[in-house]
Design a protein around this ligand. Structure first.
Ligand code: ZN
Ligand code: ZN
Length: 311
């Protein structure tokens, strides 16, 4: 079959990949569309040493023609973490297209049947690709109280930053989005206050919650400047490299710093189905699977909107 193969340092579009063999309790899906995420671009450069087929944001079809997507953590459901309700932290897990399991940038993909979510008709193929990153944005609301009294800032005007800003707004917060690109800040819409990074001093030490979605080493440092004493900083993106930020402000200002990864798919599906969140402005180009290498180049350009691959 065709697919996008990552060899640990680069990616290739290939036609000679073996058909995926389902592991126990897995089903085979025909893939319809896949999104390229910043994690895919990092993986293609060697992050995590992943070898295999990429792709974890996708829409597929079951043998009976049902439109589905799947959660990406393939957990054992038997270990203490799983039994304690933290299957996303299962030490035995594989992660679709990221860790020890082939992903969905291919004609077919295998996923555990229990990870499937049916996609309502009101969500089109392109929107469905955003369910996984939108679920990740909803995760913050499970970890930190966010409501009408919350002054919340997202740093980073990329796709995940904008999704986090939209979710926080839906939860009632007063939301600012800090970034370097006026045109990307504008994509977030009028309900989100845009602030250029150079001008972020105007909200210094005032924010209850600051979410770092920059994927950059300076993200934490900037977040610590904006959060109020006893506020919370949420780290939403991994940085391939080392931080050299001084941690003293965390102690002095008694700031909580928490990590945040995968989130609830049902909330993301409900928000897209009810049109409370419209992700279409975040979509850039769409490429057929045969032109996946070109799609990766487009997705790697600075400020690129979401690039989709049509299978
Ligand atoms: Zn992703
Ligand atoms: Zn487990």
């Amino acid at each position: 079959m065709r697919g996008v193969y990552c060899d640990g340092s680069s990616i290739q579009f290939r036609r000679d990949l073996p058909d995926p063999a389902p592991r126990p309790a897995e089903v085979v899906l025909e893939v319809c569309s896949v999104g390229i995420c910043d994690t895919d671009i990092q993986l293609a450069r060697g992050y995590m040493g992943f070898r295999g087929i990429l792709g974890h944001e996708f829409l597929g079809q079951t043998g009976s023609g049902q439109r589905v997507t799947a959660e990406i953590n393939n957990s054992c459901h038997a270990c203490p973490s799983c039994l304690a309700g933290q299957a996303n932290h299962c030490p035995n897990r594989t992660v679709l297209g990221i860790l020890g399991h082939d992903g969905a940038m291919a004609d077919r993909v295998c996923v555990p049947e229990r990870n499937l979510h049916v996609i309502p008709d009101a969500i089109d193929d392109r929107e469905a690709v955003f369910i996984e990153p939108l679920a990740a944005a909803y995760r913050v609301g499970e970890q930190v109280p966010i409501g009408p009294e919350t002054a919340l800032t997202v740093i980073g005007d990329g796709k995940l930053g904008i999704l986090c800003a939209w979710v926080a707004r839906l939860l009632g917060a007063r939301v600012s989005l800090v970034g370097k690109h006026p045109e990307k800040l504008a994509l977030a819409g009028v309900a989100i206050r845009p602030i250029l990074l150079d001008e972020a001093g105007s909200i210094a030490r005032s924010q209850d919650v600051v979410i770092d979605c920059t994927g950059s080493k300076t993200g934490l440092e900037n977040a610590l400047r904006l959060v109020r004493p006893c506020g919370t900083v949420v780290l939403k993106t991994t940085v391939a490299g080392e931080h050299s930020t001084s941690l003293a402000p965390i102690v002095i200002d008694e700031v909580r710093v928490i990590g945040s990864r995968c989130g609830p798919f049902p909330k993301a599906i409900a928000a897209l189905e009810s049109k409370q969140i419209d992700v279409r402005p975040l979509i850039g180009a769409e490429f057929p699977l045969d032109r996946a290498e070109e799609a990766f180049r487009a997705a790697s350009e600075r400020g690129a909107r979401k690039v989709l691959i049509r299978v």
